[in-house]
Design a protein around this ligand. Structure first.
Ligand SMILES: Nc1nc2c(c(=O)[nH]1)N(C=O)[C@@H](CNc1ccc(C(=O)N[C@@H](CCC(=O)O)C(=O)O)cc1)CN2
Ligand SMILES: Nc1ncnc2c1ncn2[C@@H]1O[C@H](COP(=O)(O)OP(=O)(O)OP(=O)(O)O)[C@@H](O)[C@H]1O
Length: 197
């Protein structure tokens, strides 16, 4: 079920040219910066976009100027997941040091950052990538379960706002959801900021 939806998402993304991607990413960033919750946050947990994801890195400059701390995810590679019995989620966020250009970080995994960890609290906004979302905030990820595990753990401990970020063509009428799927409070595309019910 999820594999079929991921294949569908892949097909839809294939038809987005790189020029379209750049333009849509610009609209997405503008829309995100209009979100009062993000402007007023103390911590923004972002992601380092992979090639077919919206480029949200231009947010870094604006958020920094507003004094907001920025974190990027660090996660273990599949071959390191030999046995995972820790109660802590596998993924965590490292703070982007004030002077560092995020463009100099390679790949989606922020392992080259110093190990200064940021945990979510009530003044945190987390932006999540995804292969697809519904307008109800249901998220289809890449299949690692990283965000589900992270959100399940931290939502038991604190409250924070979560928004999915994707291109409008990644919005699905419905997605196969399982017991462990964590849905998001909002979804931002180049066309809308959708508030999940
Ligand atoms: N940008 C981004 N960060 C994310 C996610 C994501 O979907 N997007 N994840 C969602 O849960 C987690 C990691 N899951 C991932 C699963 C597969 C690949 C992947 O296909 N990687 C490429 C290498 C890309 C690179 O690192 O530059 C590969 O293995 O070929 C990456 C992340 C946490 N961080
Ligand atoms: N809280 C959790 N703790 C441990 N494993 C979990 C948790 N939530 C989900 N998983 C497991 O992760 C695996 C992948 O789940 P799923 O396909 O929903 O991931 P995804 O949301 O697409 O991935 P990602 O968040 O990495 O993009 C499933 O086997 C699921 O059982």
């Amino acid at each position: 079920m999820k594999q079929a939806a991921r294949a569908e998402a892949f097909q839809r993304l294939q038809t987005l040219s790189s020029d379209d991607r750049v333009a849509a990413s610009g609209f997405i960033c503008r829309r995100l910066l209009e979100m009062p919750e993000l402007r007023q946050a103390r911590t923004a947990l972002l992601f380092r976009p992979l090639r077919d994801e919206p480029d949200i890195l231009p947010l870094v400059r604006e958020l920094r100027a507003a004094g907001i701390r920025i974190g990027f995810p660090v996660y273990p590679l599949p071959d390191e997941l030999i046995h995972h019995e820790s109660p802590m989620p596998r993924m965590y966020f490292r703070e982007l040091p004030p002077m560092l250009d995020p463009g100099s970080l390679r790949g989606s995994n922020a392992r080259s950052l110093p190990d200064v960890r940021l945990e979510p609290d009530t003044n945190t906004v987390l932006l999540a990538p995804g292969r697809g979302f519904t307008t109800a905030g249901v998220r289809l990820g890449r299949g690692g379960g990283y965000y589900d595990e992270y959100l399940a753990y931290w939502r038991e401990r604190t409250q924070f706002l979560t928004a999915g970020v994707c291109f409008a063509r990644q919005i699905f009428d419905s997605l196969p959801a399982t017991e462990t799927d964590q849905s998001l409070d909002m979804v931002c595309t180049e066309l809308d900021l959708i508030q999940a019910p």
